[in-house]
Design a protein around this ligand. Sequence first.
Ligand code: ATP
Ligand code: MG
Length: 416
Amino acid sequence: MTFASLGLCEPILRGVRAVGYEKPTDIQAQAIPKILRGEDLIGLGQTGSGKTAAFGLPMLHMLTGGEPGLRGLIVVPTRELCVQVAENLRQYAAFAGLHVCTAFGGVDMSIQESAFKRGVDVVVACPGRLIDHLERRNLSLEKVQMVVLDEADRMLDMGFMPQIRRIFVRLPQERQNLLFSATMPKEVEGLVNDFLPHAERVQIGTRSQAAKTITHRFAAVSVTDKASVLERLLENEPGKVLVFVNKKIGCEKLGNMLKRDGLPADAIHGDKGAEQRHVVLQAFTRGKVRFLVATDVAARGIDVDDIDLVINYDFPLGLEDYIHRTGRTGRAGRKGRAISLVAPSEKRMFTAVHSHLKGEQPQEGAFPSFRGGYSSGRSSGSGGGRGRSGGKSSGGKSSSGGSRGGSRGRTRHAAD
Ligand SMILES: Nc1ncnc2c1ncn2[C@@H]1O[C@H](COP(=O)(O)OP(=O)(O)OP(=O)(O)O)[C@@H](O)[C@H]1O
Ligand SMILES: [Mg+2]
């Protein structure tokens, strides 16, 4: 299978070659021909499986050579994803003469407005800022031919749905609709069917399947031990690590603690300004910051090349969050590791995630069994022990001594 055999035009094929893709991924091979036929589509494929190009390439193909103007709209949940998807599309469109603009909050509207005036064929947008531009008549959706909801289950959940409705009433009746995500919880499925009753479906693997390239480990760690366990884990990590917490305040505190302890760390969360968030993510991408503490603002879609390890410092509150967070590693066929620190109060969610993963990826010994109440587990070959203490159970790494033990007390409530 080649990109050319999918029916994409030469300028887009040149863009694909320039990016270095040799052949389509499964979701690209299955979705692109259907999209080119004009069908509405729900595309479900694992994290890191190339969904951006699966919708981006056919969109750019359809717009190439047409009348200029805003004809393609992609809606995403976060600023970082907005910038990333726009960058991807600009690369694919480098030889197609198409203009890709962004619309996301936290920066001056006039900068985005000027970009639209210079020419716009595709807008990648976060819902709130897009509505602001529409209300000020900086943009019109009248000529949009194709609309994509990336991270579709998130965009159609209760948080975003009112804004999505406000956007969709401004779209022309005649248009093509695409929904893409790695996850599709049953509760959202019904909504999706109401939204796109006649859509074709492409699903790679089982529903909400974690990428098979990721090894999942879980360690039982009391809340008070989490900070010291994390520091020991990080001391043994030569590469990039993304550490997830559940709350903004805990995120900032934990990032500060790691920095104070001399680690190349920083934090990213929703209370930081757009510019600050951009700078931190760039530093992480370039490797200046190796340990990034993040809230779920970084859970979906973010594609930083070489994240070796994702750590759930706080266990995520839902299965989908677990799949997206851990999906920041093990992308595009590379291997990745995920370690989750599970406190007793988090055991219920752990059990749900664990049985989901076990059901879809029955690897001998790859998942721990929490026997006899609350005890830590180990993954295959990790050599981790079973016991209440978090130290030994953290993925089989041995403790590097107590040099950072003093930080324990300070960060006891980092996750609160
Ligand atoms: N055909 C291809 N060949 C090689 N690499 C590819 C190909 N398609 C995409 N990639 C690369 O794979 C990585 C993941 O792609 P992308 O971000 O689109 O994944 P995704 O499926 O959207 O993941 P997520 O669910 O996390 O958003 C990117 O670095 C992208 O450049
Ligand atoms: Mg994506």
